[in-house]
Write a new protein. Structure first.
Length: 118
């Protein structure tokens, strides 16, 4: 499976921004991946990228996005506002048919697998 990670989930050798340019600049590449990512890699998953998030996964509305703009809803009418910090993960899996799944987080930063629904 080709999987995309929300950018508050660590991936070995890659900087994590947690939605903040300052955080990304201050902290080096991760020396190990998050446990949920390690399990996916062991099962044969391929990580193909990371999606941006609202700063520190703490916003619900588009106006909460500071360093990065919120995604456009590809299946909406152009007026629907994305909400939640995992909205880019949901947008990625809905917009690109070559992405099989994305990882987002809940408010306690627990990994959640969001599978593509056909």
């Amino acid at each position: 499976m080709r999987i995309v990670l929300k950018d508050n989930i660590d991936l070995k050798g890659v900087r994590t921004s947690a939605g903040s340019r300052a955080y990304k600049a201050l902290y080096p590449e991760k020396i190990r991946s998050a446990a949920c990512v390690e399990r996916l890699l062991e099962a044969g998953a391929v990580i193909v990228g990371k999606t941006k998030t609202v700063q520190f996964a703490s916003g619900e509305n588009a106006r909460d996005w500071i360093d990065f703009s919120p995604p456009f809803n590809p299946r909406g009418d152009g007026y629907q506002e994305p909400s939640g910090s995992s909205t880019r993960s949901a947008t990625a899996v809905s917009a690109y048919d070559w992405i099989d799944a994305t990882l987002g987080t809940d408010s306690e930063l627990t990994c959640i697998l969001k599978l593509r629904l056909n």
